[in-house]
Design a protein around this ligand. Structure first.
Ligand SMILES: Cc1cc2nc3c(=O)[nH]c(=O)nc-3n(C[C@H](O)[C@H](O)[C@H](O)COP(=O)(O)OP(=O)(O)OC[C@H]3O[C@@H](n4cnc5c(N)ncnc54)[C@H](O)[C@@H]3O)c2cc1C
Length: 532
């Protein structure tokens, strides 16, 4: 693959000389050198035919890409496949996005605006590429009508393991005549979810070898989407001609203030953050990225989850740095590929991905045994949302979500585990955890979020630990250990106290360190059930 990255005489990339301009042109050149959608050797294992028929009817008037999860043009296997079909048939290419029931995926205006601003950029890009873009307020049934009326030869859709998009796809398939082929492309995972495994995998160590063995086949460069040669227009009902009108058609589930994330929505802003991460923070990844006060992870999850950048692009760019930062690259790729793709695997194969029935039997049992354990603190959902707990570190994490739109990964685990400790039951903890995560975090309503909450509260992808109150055998996290490891005062000063403005009035409660507890105290506290 062509590379413009500055190198020293032994071929090593000179990180400090990798400017943003060079980085971005390198991405473009790598696409150009990989080929065009029609000449590239497309791996059909990325695709799944959802319809009975696979063949495009002769004299069709276009190919339609129904965009849902992957809101981008370049680096998107679904539209690459759609353009390839359209070029082979010598017909126009159309993209449509429907905002009907958008609150299911984008529950607040914070989310919806990030989506819409990204789509606006896509519309512009489509215009330059001679691809018709339509923003619609249509149901599956309306879409089916549009496809038939416009004599569309084939439909390409992307993949999401979540309930709502799957329901939408089912309704389209139900309404569409059998002769129109519908092909789904997993453009989110590097190794398509159905190739990585045909069942729910219990842990990262079980899916890792299955993903790794397929990486050589799937982690290729992307061909470029070039200007489409065949023009056309569709006749559509329910089109939203002005983006601003979308807000009148959208009913947010919850009202939260908007936030600004990085340089804002869209691929360019996402790639700008990717460049920043590679040149500034990759060198620390794994070493200090768990430290909430340092905050030097990639911060790419909102763009990834809105489909505005591709995880495969991030993986390719980070991997290209492994001659400089081998260990850090490996650690990052473990998170981005193995951990992330494991969450799609979980949601795809487990219909109960957002409730206690989705937990393993051992976890359901242990939580049931401890359901009635006495809770020292019980908070309402509103108290939690407003960061009004006794724990300043927890409050700081919640305020980070509220004011920034995301929580640092390490704090997210602590934050969610405390929800189990401070609510009336594990069921309520899942409900509150998911609600808080999806309402305030820009990267929410994503498989990573469902699994993050289920891992914290129900031990999903984890093992049993020493048994204790409330948690049973679910892994526990303590405040003093967090303080011992990291500079939590700095974290609280940054996200909590400063924003709360009440630090002086409400001094932090100093958590008790068990090392200072007497053996007698500990004995009294210990749960009498035997841990395995
Ligand atoms: C309770 C809880 C809730 C969470 N909710 C979400 C959520 O709504 N959306 C979300 O994307 N992630 C969620 N996570 C996982 C993780 O916190 C975020 O992916 C991470 O903080 C994103 O920040 P980053 O992009 O800087 O991550 P980086 O550390 O730079 O990681 C790179 C990428 O790897 C992936 N990744 C990292 N950690 C995980 C993980 N534990 N599981 C799966 N993928 C991972 C993400 O795509 C991330 O962007 C949650 C975790 C927990 C414990």
């Amino acid at each position: 693959m062509a590379s413009l990255k500055p190198r020293n005489s032994s071929g090593k990339i000179i990180v400090d000389k990798l400017t943003k301009e060079l980085f971005l042109s390198n991405v473009r050149v790598s696409r150009e050198s990989t080929g065009e959608s029609h000449s590239f050797d497309f791996n059909k294992n990325r695709c799944k035919t959802l319809s009975k028929n696979e063949h495009i009817k002769e004299h069709s008037k276009g190919i339609l890409y129904w965009m849902y999860r992957e809101c981008r043009i370049q680096d998107n296997w679904a539209i690459i496949f759609a353009q390839r079909l359209a070029r082979k048939q010598k017909i126009p290419l159309f993209v449509c996005f429907t905002i009907k029931d958008a609150q299911e995926q984008y529950p607040t205006k914070r989310h919806f605006k990030f989506l819409l601003e990204g789509l606006k950029l896509i519309q512009k890009e489509c215009k330059e590429l001679n691809i018709g873009f339509y923003l619609l307020n249509s149901s599956g049934k309306d879409l089916a009508k549009l496809i038939v009326q416009n004599e569309i030869g084939g439909v390409v859709c992307d993949f999401s393991p979540l309930r709502h998009p799957r329901k939408l796809q089912d309704s389209l398939l139900k309404e569409l005549p059998d002769y129109i082929p519908v092909v789904q492309v997993d453009a989110h995972n590097i190794v398509p979810v159905w190739i990585a495994s045909d069942k729910q995998e219990g842990m990262a160590r079980l899916i890792r070898p299955k993903i790794t063995k397929n990486l050589a086949e799937f982690m290729t460069g992307f061909p470029i989407i070039t200007k489409h040669q065949y023009s056309g227009e569709m006749e559509v009902e329910n089109e939203i001609s002005k983006f601003e009108d979308s807000y009148d058609l959208y009913t947010p589930k919850w009202d939260v203030p908007e936030v600004k994330w990085g340089d804002g929505p869209g691929m360019e802003a996402g790639h700008s953050m990717l460049h920043h991460f590679i040149v500034k923070n990759l060198r620390h990844y794994g070493e200090t990225s768990n430290d909430p006060s340092k905050d030097n992870t990639s911060k790419l999850s909102p763009w990834l989850n809105f489909g505005q950048i591709s995880a495969q692009r991030c993986a390719l760019e980070v991997k290209s740095m492994d001659s400089v930062y081998k260990e850090q690259c490996d650690k990052y790729l473990e998170e981005l590929i193995v951990r992330k793709e494991l969450t799609d695997n979980y949601c795809f194969y487990n219909e109960f991905y957002d409730n206690i029935k989705g937990a393993a039997n051992w976890a359901q049992e242990t939580l049931k045994i401890h359901k009635k354990d006495k809770r020292t603190w019980v908070y309402t959902r509103e108290q939690l949302a407003q960061a009004k707990t006794h724990d300043e570190m927890w409050n700081a994490a919640q305020l980070q979500a509220l004011n920034e739109g995301k929580i640092h990964n390490y704090m997210r685990m602590y934050w969610c585990k405390k929800i189990l400790e401070w609510t009336e039951s594990p069921e309520q903890a899942i409900e509150y955890g998911l609600w808080l995560n999806d309402t305030y975090c820009l990267d929410g309503t994503d498989p990573n979020g469902y699994v993050g909450v289920m891992w914290s509260i129900c031990g999903v992808h984890d093992q049993g630990w020493r048994e204790r109150e409330i948690f049973g055998k679910i892994r526990f996290m303590v405040d003093y250990s967090l303080r011992r490891k990291y500079n939590m005062d700095a974290y609280c000063a940054r996200f909590g106290r400063k924003l709360l403005g009440d630090a002086k009035k409400t001094p932090a409660l100093t958590p008790k360190d068990p090392k200072k507890e007497s053996a007698n105290d500990r004995k009294k506290k210990a749960v009498k059930r035997k841990a395995t």
